[in-house]
Design a protein around this ligand. Structure first.
Ligand code: MG
Length: 390
């Protein structure tokens, strides 16, 4: 056997994973580890893949790797530090005596076959090869109180990624020697190779090859995957009409507007919010506003329609979905909508707990035609786009 991959997945970090070790957190609808393993399992030059896992993670690992095939060796249990876990994985591979090994962190699930290929190619010329990207940010050193004390020159500074590739015998020896000397805190394998005097070359990393550390990293990674696999887009419309009646104000899109008439209805008769509620319910296939808040039910007499809209938003959140954008068009000769448009957007954004930039309000007359043209009432159209987990 010539080239092996070692995937280090023994970390205990649960910050990103909602209580699960992050390498088992769902990424694009599957455990992060499954995604990290795939390019190594599929790479034609890699003959075996060894994993190192946490002592308690057997069931999670089994679920994440079911059906992976014979190229995936049975996992070994990691140690107290990343360095120890990597060494234990190398020891497990020693019997197979690969010529080269690529050591990869399971927390980098976006590694590509191209990047793996670049590391392997460089290993034909150098004892070690590490994918890396130039540091683009200005680096500051701060004191413990959070004040800057120095600016670090970023020329010749690189961010090291994984997989880091080495000649197997040399990196195993470097690991054994460090452990024998009581050193256990190296955070990457290149540092051990450097310490052993091995030449380590840089190859081009990838901005996609990010390390997932925090819950926010995980959310961003899921977002990155969203259009292709994990999410589906739902769009629907809503429509509502209410008749004018005696009164001195109307509720429209969550805002009270002084007017020569009121609007007749069982609730506050906010046609804008009713149309939008129906659009959101339509997007998730959960009927219409009348199904959930029947006009025959005295509880909803005079109720603020924000209740109905908030209920639709809750139903979307309960499915793990999110609202991409909503758009309401009001059809009336009067009142004038433009002066209230900003307040309407803000009110609906607050009810839906989304940014106002995702909320649109438009208005038009119907040129004196039809019921709205005769000022008998007003109408509202709405559309909503929602992302739901597939
Ligand atoms: Mg209505």
């Amino acid at each position: 056997m010539s080239i092996a991959a070692l995937i280090v997945a023994a970390g205990r970090g649960v910050r990103a994973g909602g209580g699960l070790p992050k390498q088992y957190a769902a990424l694009g609808g599957e455990p992060m580890l499954a995604r990290a393993l795939r390019p190594f399992l599929a790479h034609p030059l890699i003959a075996a893949v060894q994993t190192v896992i946490g002592a308690d993670d057997g069931p999670l690992y089994a679920a994440a790797t079911a059906g992976s095939g014979a190229k995936l060796a049975p996992p070994v249990t990691g140690g107290a530090s990343r360095q120890d876990s990597a060494r234990l994985g190398l020891e497990a591979l020693a019997a197979r005596a690969p010529r080269l090994v690529l050591i990869h962190d399971a927390a980098r699930p976006f590694v590509s076959q191209d990047l793996i290929g670049r590391v392997i190619e460089a290993l034909e010329r150098h004892p070690g090869a590490v994918p890396a990207s130039p540091v683009a940010d200005t680096l500051k050193r701060a004191n413990p109180d959070g004040f800057i004390v120095a600016t670090i020159e970023r020329e010749n500074l690189w961010r090291a990624e994984t997989p880091q590739g080495f000649r197997f015998a040399a990196i195993l020896d470097a690991h054994r020697r460090a452990a024998a000397e009581g050193l256990h805190a190296f955070t990457d394998d290149a540092a051990l190779a450097e310490r052993a005097g091995l030449t380590v070359a840089l190859v081009a990393g990838s901005p996609r090859n990010v390390k997932i550390t925090t819950a926010e990293d995980l959310a961003m990674a899921n977002h990155l995957l969203a259009p292709s696999s994990a999410w589906e887009t739902r769009t629907a419309t809503g429509f509502d009409v209410h008749r004018f009646c005696p009164g001195d104000h109307v509720w429209l899109c969550g805002v009270s507007i002084p007017h020569s008439h009121g609007l007749l209805g069982h609730s506050d008769a906010d046609a804008g919010l009713h149309a939008l509620t129906d659009a959101l319910l339509g997007a998730i296939g959960e009927g219409d506003i009348g199904d959930h808040f029947p006009p025959s039910d005295p509880r909803w007499k005079g109720a603020p329609s924000s209740l109905f809209l908030a209920d639709a938003a809750r139903r979307i959140a309960a499915r793990g979905g999110r609202i991409v954008n909503v758009d309401v068009t009001l059809l009336c000769e009067a009142p004038k909508i433009a002066p209230h448009r900003a307040a309407m957007r803000a009110a609906m954004a607050e009810i839906l707990a989304i940014e106002p930039s995702r909320v649109s309000v438009k208005a038009t007359t119907t040129e004196g035609l039809g019921a709205t043209g005769r000022r008998e009432g007003l109408a509202a159209l709405a559309s909503a786009t929602v992302l739901l987990p597939s």
